[in-house]
Design a protein around this ligand. Sequence first.
Ligand code: BYC
Length: 339
Amino acid sequence: MAPTPPATAPAGPGPAAPPQDEARQALDRFDRAVAAETRIEPRDWMPDAYRATLVRQIAQHAHSEIIGMQPEANWITRAPSLRRKAILIAKVQDEAGHGLYLYSAAETLGVSREELLDRLHSGRQKYSSIFNYPTLTWADVGAIGWLVDGAAITNQVPLCRCSYGPYARAMVRICKEESFHQRQGYELLLALSRGTPAQHAMAQDAVNRWWWPSLMMFGPPDAESEHSARSMAWNIKRHSNDELRQRFVDICVPQAETLGLTLPDPELRWNEERGHWDHGPIDWEEFRAVLRGQGPCNAQRLEQRRRAHREGAWVREAAAAYAARHGAGGGTPAGPEGR
Ligand code: BYC
């Protein structure tokens, strides 16, 4: 990995220092490429801090995808029909696929999948706060699709224009699949909302529990977002956390009306001047507690992930043995990493 060049070259007389000049030229080239919206690719020079930011964000995203399989997989055996079961299995499988695209994108930055999983399992890297809440009823599967996948799409569509090529390309495919997920959740909730009074009440209860945690998915308020300014300057993030959260609220309000469900915020009001929906205060203390590991399901989610990893050791060993026997040259490389 190339060292980060100093922001300014040392001034003064004497012969030019070629390595520092080269480093400065590399940084200039990088800055110009970002400003010109040219994609940065794995073999291009990039500042260490840019690389570290991408590893942090892409890894957190990948971890969220695979931890996110747990709350929904909880309902596969209890789906109310074969159709719903088939849809849910496909969705959970898609999330695993998203995790794989994203780990692959992170690996292009020079970090191994094994290392990333180790950071997740040891609690050194985060995953999305949203997956630390329980799925108590079947309607939660609908609420996750509508709200959680909806929030994910709102956040992730701009990431398709991220300055780092492999991440941007992974996001294009992920967003297409997420939009199916969002629609199945919406359709599921619509069916429940228009069903019996008990089904309607179950749908409303799920929306009541998932609404506020979904707003927290966008991250802390802009004033407290330590990484936003730099990530936006590098064209990794295209919008601030609050901008995307507002966009999501504006999308959801009319959708809730069509669903015949109420969003659990008495302060939701259309603001003519701003052209947006105002919403009530978010409980940031709850968000911080979840990030500290004190959410309702943090311990359970991590323990289940560690167990799945331990129990999957034989699959990784078999894949590595197969790759060794067939040589690294042909076909898909199957390393010892795996999930
Ligand atoms: N949960 O400076 P900030 C999905 C952390 S969807 C946990 O604003 P940044 C899925 C943040 O990492 C979910 N941690 O950070 C959907 C940082 O801590 P570190 C995944 C959070 O990076 C359906 C600190 O708070 N999506 O996968 O500029 C089904 C300060 O925050 C959260 C993505 O990851 C949170 N909600 O902005 C299945 C999208 N929010 O790292 C799966 C890509 C903030 O310094 N990620 N933190 O220890 C992003 O767009 C950005 O990373 C964020 C945060 C908007 C999340």
